[in-house]
Write a protein that binds this ligand. Sequence first.
Ligand SMILES: Cc1cc2nc3c(=O)[nH]c(=O)nc-3n(C[C@H](O)[C@H](O)[C@H](O)COP(=O)(O)OP(=O)(O)OC[C@H]3O[C@@H](n4cnc5c(N)ncnc54)[C@H](O)[C@@H]3O)c2cc1C
Length: 396
Amino acid sequence: MLIIDCDLCTACGICEGNCAFGAISVQDDCAVVNESCTLCGACVESCPVEALRIEVAEKRTQDNLDDYKGILVFAEYRHGTVAPVSFELLGIGRKLADQRQVDLSVILLGGKVGGYSEALIAAGADRVLLAEHTDLEQFREDVYAAVLERVISESKPEVVLAGATAIGRSVIPYVATALNAGLTADCTRLEIRESDGMLLQTRPAFGGNIMATIECPHTRPQMATVRPKVMAPAEPDPTRKGEVVALNVAEYVPASKLEVIETVVNDEDQVNIQEVEALVAGGRGLDSAKGFSLLRELADELSGTVAASRAAVDSGWIPYPHQVGQTGKTVNPKLYIACGISGAVQHAVGMQSAEVIVAINRDKAAPIFDLATYGIVGDLYEVVPQLIRKIQEVKK
Ligand SMILES: Cc1cc2nc3c(=O)[nH]c(=O)nc-3n(C[C@H](O)[C@H](O)[C@H](O)COP(=O)(O)OP(=O)(O)OC[C@H]3O[C@@H](n4cnc5c(N)ncnc54)[C@H](O)[C@@H]3O)c2cc1C
């Protein structure tokens, strides 16, 4: 952490000017740091009176790393089904387990969820750990975290994988903290280093401008969340055999501090741009919310739906569930038509794996053309109506 010695600080403000994150400011004759601090050290170097220093917490090293074996996937059960990301995690989990020559287990929490065991085994699991209890019917962070912590402490997997979804993102940090384990959020690539079996966890960093590979050499399990649609699920094999273990969770399901009064499914949340084969996406180039009506017409012709860049979402033209990119969703449809989108790296990471990318942009130097299978240089308000007409003609 950043330590500020107010006896030495002269409130000169040099550190404030040198902080790229707006994390330090001078208040009442001394510098004050806020939660935006990344510990980059720029302020420490710039301080002429050495009033700032970074103290690194002592590294915790477990001495029983070898006791941890196997890969565990946290499967998510919501809205009456197992979330697709769970099958994607089993796809990558299977590869990691084969490389490490260990078992792949999956834990499923819920009321009565045993009926999904076969599908989880067919998707690659060697073992399904079933945590069935009425108190697990509704997702509540504290209860789920307590059960996961207990099961992980007892089963000692070397790797735990979860979806970087609303549920995964809220419960897994709880569990990692309770276990004192390292956690890498939002991974886009996972692999095993052959020389020592370490899990290499890669994720975008610094606004998506670099890819950082993170390892947790000193603690177990190595925990990672993975964004939906980044990993491919394995082709289901109904002949696969696996073990189903019913966990006796009744003895350790804690009383919750949370009460779920009502579950309301937001209509907009029903938009699942990740499940659609054709996406027509609009960006700032649309210039107004009305542009999405035109894109919707094109999407309807293609039996698809509309998506958006963050600029369009931030402008209030379309709600967030439509956003593609680093802070939105990752999609890989058969067809992605980008209209008035420049192709910033934070957008590209969410759509570059689409099978066919069509870019419509009036700037022929827009980076989106570097990703596009087909590029159309022109005004989208001229090009899109022509495309709609052409599709209608072909359909006739
Ligand atoms: C930490 C972080 C996370 C981010 N996460 C995301 C994310 O998840 N998703 C995301 O999209 N962005 C994200 N961004 C923002 C990203 O950097 C870009 O600012 C954003 O993607 C730009 O959106 P855009 O392409 O719609 O707008 P612009 O970059 O402004 O591009 C508009 C394009 O439209 C073209 N155009 C204008 N008028 C027309 C017309 N009539 N016909 C045809 N073309 C036209 C222009 O030539 C231009 O290329 C993030 C940024 C940061 C820092």
